[in-house]
Structure formats: structure tokens, C-alpha cells
Write a protein that binds this ligand. Structure first.
Ligand SMILES: NC(=O)c1ccc[n+]([C@@H]2O[C@H](COP(=O)([O-])OP(=O)(O)OC[C@H]3O[C@@H](n4cnc5c(N)ncnc54)[C@H](OP(=O)(O)O)[C@@H]3O)[C@@H](O)[C@H]2O)c1
Length: 247
């Protein structure tokens, strides 16, 4: 099959490209650095020529809620319209578990807008909600790190390896559209503070971590709001396995 990956140079997009190519599919890579901009539509019609399915693993820069919703709305609308023109038969969106259970988070509001446009859009679709990635804790600490100190919310998560997310997206993309897919998660619940401490330690990076609900993730995210549903698809790679090989 000929499959386009939007966000092909990113964390999950690059694993998705690798998984699809491993199975012998013809992969079209989409990202601004490769000359295709979903915000403007530049290069998009050419990129989607002859494409059967599209995986959307793009991201948004940190913006306020209105700007994030506008950003995801623009790139998703442009992508879906181009897919309809090209006769693409399946749109696969990478989303996040639990975004309907949490208000006040700009990124989640943007992802909800993406989901709405996909579900109401012109192309048959599958939405794949994933839990936080194994590298999420260190990334969050990095957002506030200054003079050797970083804040981190004590979130309860059940993180998943980026490579496992790429494998699921590649598998879903070559199948029939399924609507809302099961939550996709890693094998074990984790505390985000502990994950950050262990990841930074494995990287030999000394940072004092300050657990707090002040910041982008507030107390409305305490408890099991980000945990996968009971029918979740559980991916194989544990946080410990990932830490030992990829941190
Ligand atoms: N982090 C988590 O724990 C987590 C958990 C579940 C789901 N997610 C979701 O996973 C998705 C992917 O995250 P990620 O960390 O893999 O993203 P990432 O590493 O930041 O990669 C984003 C990709 O999108 C491309 N891109 C951005 N704007 C674009 C545009 N206007 N036109 C074309 N390409 C564009 C980037 O390439 P260029 O810069 O070259 O354009 C890059 O290839 C996000 O939507 C996020 O909500 C994240």
C-alpha cells in the first residue's frame, strides 16, 4: 500500500514510517522540513497523489487554548480536504487517552478539535487514543528546567513506548477504518515524578524535581483520569525495558 505519514520526522511519526517500511509499504513522508506544510497546504496535493491511507502524527507548538484549537483545526482541515481530493480511503489520527475527562489543558482542547473534525470529516477514519509516551516525563521536566530545578506534576499514567505506538499506527493504517479504536497503553501504571527522576538519572542529568500541580497539569488531573479503559490494547514494552535501551 501507499501510505502517507504526516509528522514523519517526529517522535512517533519516525517509528510509524519504520514499521510501515519494514512491512514493505510505500511511505510518503510529510513534514515542513520535507517541504510539505499542513498549515498552508503547500506541497500537500502532490504528496497525497496515489495514497491509500494517511497517518496523522503531527503536533502543535505550546500555545494558549484558542491558538492551539485554531492550529490543530487548520492543519487537520487542510489535511482532510486534500485527502478527499486525492481519494484517500482511510485517515488514522493519533490522539490521547482521557482528553474528554479533563478541561483546562490547551493541548487537549486542540486534540478534541482534531477528533471532532476527523469524526465529522469526509474520509473514513480510525482514531487511536494512546497514553503518555515513556519519554513524556523527562520532556515535561524539560519545559520548566532552570538552574538545575524543574517542576513536575505527580500524574498517574500508564505510559507506552514510542516504538509500540508506531507499530500500532502502522498496523491500523493498513486495515479497514474502525472509528474509535481501543485505548492503547503500556503494561504498567507509573508515577510521573518517579519516571522523570529515573529517566534523568539514566541520562546522567542532575535535576532537582519539585512535584507540584501548579503549571500546565493541575489538580483536575489527579487520580485515574489519564488511565486507559478496561478494554485497552496493552503494548509489550515496559518502562524499565525502554529505560534500559532508549532513554
Ligand atoms: N507526548 C505524549 O506523551 C503523547 C501521548 C499521546 C499522544 N500524543 C500525541 O502524539 C502526537 C505526535 O507527538 P510527537 O511527540 O511524536 O510529535 P513531534 O515529535 O513533536 O513531531 C511532530 C511532527 O509533526 C511535524 N509537523 C508539525 N507541524 C507541521 C505542519 N504544519 N506541517 C507538516 N508537518 C508538521 C513535525 O515536522 P516539522 O517540524 O518538520 O514540520 C514533526 O515531524 C501529538 O499530536 C500528541 O498530541 C502525545
Amino acid at each position: 500500500m501507499r501510505i502517507a505519514v504526516a509528522g514523519a520526522t517526529g517522535n512517533i511519526g519516525s517509528f510509524t514510517v519504520a514499521a510501515l517500511e519494514h512491512e514493505g509499504h510505500d511511505v510518503v513522508r510529510i513534514s515542513r522540513s520535507l517541504g510539505v506544510d499542513l498549515s498552508t497546504g503547500e506541497g500537500l496535493d502532490e504528496a497525497l497523489h496515489g495514497v491509500d491511507a494517511v497517518v496523522d502524527a503531527t503536533n502543535a507548538p505550546p500555545l494558549d487554548e484558542a491558538a492551539t484549537v485554531a492550529h490543530f483545526g487548520r492543519i487537520t482541515g487542510n489535511l482532510l480536504a486534500a485527502e478527499a481530493r486525492a481519494g484517500v480511503r482511510h485517515h488514522v489520527l493519533l490522539s490521547i487517552v482521557g482528553i474528554d475527562r479533563v478541561g483546562g489543558n490547551a493541548h487537549y482542547a486542540g486534540k478534541r478539535e482534531q477528533e471532532r473534525l476527523v469524526a465529522e470529516g469526509p474520509v473514513p477514519w480510525t482514531i487511536v487514543p494512546a497514553t503518555q509516551f515513556h519519554d513524556f516525563a523527562a520532556m515535561v521536566a524539560g519545559w520548566t528546567e532552570s538552574d538545575g530545578v524543574a517542576t513536575i506534576p505527580p500524574l498517574l499514567v500508564q505510559p507506552i513506548a514510542p516504538g509500540d505506538v508506531g507499530d500500532v499506527l502502522a498496523e491500523v493504517a493498513v486495515g479497514e477504518p474502525q472509528g474509535r479504536y481501543a485505548d492503547v497503553a503500556g503494561p504498567d501504571p507509573q508515577d510521573l515524578v518517579d519516571m522523570a527522576r529515573r529517566t534523568l538519572s539514566a541520562r546522567g542529568h542532575t535535576v532537582k524535581l519539585v512535584p507540584t500541580w501548579a503549571g500546565l497539569f493541575g489538580p483536575e488531573m489527579a487520580g485515574p483520569v489519564l488511565m486507559p479503559g478496561e478494554d485497552a490494547r496493552i503494548a509489550p514494552t515496559t518502562f524499565d525495558d525502554w529505560l534500559a535501551t532508549a532513554s
